[in-house]
Design a protein around this ligand. Structure first.
Ligand SMILES: Nc1ncnc2c1ncn2[C@@H]1O[C@H](COP(=O)(O)OP(=O)(O)O)[C@@H](O)[C@H]1O
Ligand SMILES: [Mg+2]
Length: 230
């Protein structure tokens, strides 16, 4: 479970948007399974060099959740979750809401896992924030991603729902899915994450276990924003 931390404007969201292709990169590489460590050359690929087919493939390998959940408010919960299969469903089928039984079963299993089965046929707009984020997590998991990208997923939740969502994300990471999460709370980073990457002005200032984040490093990462940290 990897936290990306840094003051606002550091580029945390931009990093995720470059990774998911919604913001074009002007340079650099995104090495997938290509991380060089322990003296081994990674043998992964550079996402930025993908052709159209490889981008589609990449899109099915990550799921994404956001601070404001990004559900379709007037659609019911189940359909919102099924939208996670959009990459694999033709537009016509989607228009008529034709999903396979397999997809429906998976959606229902996910909703059940997160305690949302009673809400399955309710409109998304009638849920609480914590429930909405759980629906968004189900949607992100629909395509069996290997990577879950989360942009400040608990920033608009109360403490109780924050803990619940963080617990769910931890469980997901323990099931073998890498969770990469932009977080503003250092306490949550220490409590849940196994690796933290601190960025400032486009540079990596820190990459290591969260318990090595000391006061002077946090000061360099956050500057005058330190006072707003918790
Ligand atoms: N490495 C970068 N290259 C280009 N623009 C960047 C970079 N880092 C940040 N920015 C710009 O800075 C602004 C804030 O970035 P953002 O990703 O929203 O920050 P954060 O999510 O950390 O608050 C955005 O307008 C973004 O385009
Ligand atoms: Mg951001």
């Amino acid at each position: 479970m990897v936290a990306v931390i840094g003051r606002s404007g550091a580029g945390k969201s931009t990093l995720l948007h470059v990774m998911n292709g919604s913001t074009p990169a002007t340079g650099g590489q995104i090495l997938y399974h290509g991380y060089k460590s322990h003296g081994h050359e990674g043998n992964g690929r550079d996402i930025l060099c993908s052709n159209a087919r490889q981008w589609r493939q990449w899109r099915s390998e990550y799921g994404m959740i956001f601070q404001d959940f990004c559900l379709v408010p007037r659609l019911d919960v189940l359909t919102n979750v099924l939208l996670g299969r959009l990459n694999h469903t033709s537009t016509v089928k989607f228009f008529f809401k034709i999903f396979s039984d397999e997809d429906r079963t998976r959606a229902i299993t996910l909703l059940q896992w997160l305690g949302l089965l009673p809400q399955a046929l309710q409109r998304a707009e009638n849920l609480s924030g914590g429930q909405m984020q759980r629906v968004a997590i189900c949607r992100a998991l629909m395509q069996n991603p290997q990577l879950l990208l989360a942009d400040e997923p608990v920033a608009s939740l109360d403490p109780k729902n924050t803990q619940r969502i963080m617990e769910v994300l931890r469980q997901i990471s323990e099931n073998g899915i890498t969770v990469m999460i932009n977080l503003h709370s250092i306490e949550l980073v220490r409590q849940y994450c196994t690796r933290a990457i601190g960025i400032a002005q486009g540079e990596i200032l820190f990459d290591g276990p969260p318990d090595r984040l000391d006061e002077s490093l946090l000061r360099r990462l956050y500057g005058d924003e330190m006072e707003t940290l918790h």
